[in-house]
Each structure stands twice: as C-alpha cells, then as structure tokens.
Ligand binder design. Sequence first.
Ligand SMILES: [Cu+2]
Length: 165
Amino acid sequence: MFHLKKNPTKKKQKGYIGSFKLSSVLLVMGACVVALAGCPKGKPEVRVEIASVGDTMAFDKKEITVPAGSRVTLVLKNNATSPVMTHNWILVTEGKVDEVGQAAVAVPAEQGHIPIHPAILARTPLSRPGETVSVTFDAPPAGRYEFLCSTPGHYMQMRGIFIVK
Ligand SMILES: [Cu+2]
C-alpha cells in the first residue's frame, strides 16, 4: 500500500522536470532560429565590456578570458572627458604589444592610430571621450594573446592579457 502511494508522486515530479527541460531546449533552439544571422555556424556568442578609467591611460580590465570557438563582441566605453583621451582596443599575438604600439605612433588619428601589422587580430575604431565602440570577431585558437590601446603614448599602460580557452 505504502509503495503504491509513493510512486505516483515520484512519477509526477519526473514528468514536470522532463517538460521543463524540453521547453528550455526549445527556447534555446528558437532563439537561434529567430536570430539566425547572429548564430553563424552555431558559435556561442560572448559579449565583453571594457572601459577606460576616467581621464587616465588605463583600462578597467587587465585580463580578459573568452571560450574557444566563440564569436566575441568586444565593447569599449571611453569614459574620459579630456578631448586628448582617445582610445581603441587592439588584439595582438602575444609579445607584440610594444611593436604594434610603437608602429602606431606614426599613424594619425584619422586612421584610428591603427598600423598595418600582421600581429593585429582584431581592433575597434578609435573612440573619442564619451563614445562607445565595438568589434565582433571569431575567437582565435586557444592560447594567450595581448591587447592594447594604440593612441600614441598609451600602450605602456593600456595593455592586458587576452586568454582563449
Ligand atoms: Cu588609450
């Protein structure tokens, strides 16, 4: 008798969890179908936010980690008020921050202070104070990379590690 009484409760719980899972799966699938253009090859999408700190030459993050195989949207918010504080965000292969930063000195602001350099993997446009800029790119293969701001004189302090894993 006791056994018979206990069983229906268990069955009911199982059924509830089962349908909850199914609807979650449908929801995720539905989101990808609706935003088909935003789900190329089914890559997980990752949004990373980074900002400059006031009128200083500093990013508010020293390290960024993203999953391998993801599509990354990096959003840079320029929090400065001083008109000379333009910033960008450039992803480079490890060990190339100084080289790219030095090459950028010769590139005017109109060209975003972005040199043509093989170590550059992704970059935002140059942001003026108060502006937000972004770039979307496929995460490079798992490993360590670096990022910098290439406004002349900034890369010594505005730099960090970018990890894909
Ligand atoms: Cu900067």
